[in-house]
Design a protein. Structure first.
Length: 168
C-alpha cells in the first residue's frame, strides 16, 4: 500500500462521501464524513448560506485531525471525506501524521452545480458553491481524480493508485 490513510477532498457535491464510503467498504478501512463533525452552530451558518470563517473551522479541523490520528494509533486506516479547500486546512489535518494521502475530486463548476441542485435536503445550498470554488486552493501534492466519471470508476482508479489488487 502506498498510503496509511486518505483524505478525500473537494467542493461540496464532488462525491467525497460516496467515493469515501465505497473505498472504505472495498478496503475495510475506517470512514469518517467531515460533515458529521461540524458543530450545530456551523451547520446553522451554512444552512443560512453564511460561509464559515477560519475561526469557525478551527475546532472542526482539530477534531478531524484527532480522528485520523486516533484511527492510525489503533492500527486502522482512516478515510476522511472533507472539503479541505485550502492548503492550511490540509496542513492542520495532516500535521504529524505521515502516510496519509490526499485525493482531490476535481470537477467543473457547471458539473458540480448541476449535482448540488439535485441535493435539496443538504445544508449546502447551490448559492454557496461559488464561495467554495473561490476559496479552493487546488493541492499540488494530491492524487487528482476527474469527477465526471461514475463513482465506481473513480474508486477503481484510486484503488489502482493504492496498489490494491482485486481479489477474486
Amino acid at each position: 500500500m502506498t498510503a496509511a490513510g486518505l483524505i478525500v477532498m473537494g467542493v461540496s457535491a464532488s462525491g467525497k462521501t460516496t467515493v469515501g464510503k465505497m473505498l472504505a467498504g472495498r478496503l475495510g478501512w475506517d470512514f469518517f464524513d467531515g460533515d458529521d463533525y461540524h458543530s450545530p452552530e456551523n451547520v446553522a451558518r451554512m444552512t443560512a448560506s453564511v460561509p464559515l470563517t477560519d475561526g469557525d473551522r478551527a475546532p472542526w479541523l482539530a477534531r478531524l485531525h484527532d480522528l485520523l490520528a486516533g484511527s492510525l494509533r489503533a492500527g486502522r486506516h482512516p478515510i476522511l471525506a472533507c472539503s479541505a479547500l485550502k492548503q492550511r486546512y490540509r496542513d492542520v489535518l495532516l500535521a504529524g501524521i505521515p502516510g496519509v494521502r490526499v485525493v482531490y475530486l476535481k470537477g467543473s463548476y457547471e458539473l458540480i452545480r448541476a449535482r448540488i441542485q439535485n441535493r435539496p435536503d443538504h445544508y449546502m445550498k447551490p448559492e454557496m458553491l461559488r464561495s467554495q470554488f473561490d476559496a479552493l486552493e487546488e493541492p499540488v501534492d494530491a492524487w487528482v481524480v476527474d469527477v465526471a466519471h461514475p463513482p465506481e470508476k473513480i474508486v477503481e482508479y484510486i484503488l489502482g493508485l493504492l496498489g490494491w489488487e482485486k481479489k477474486e
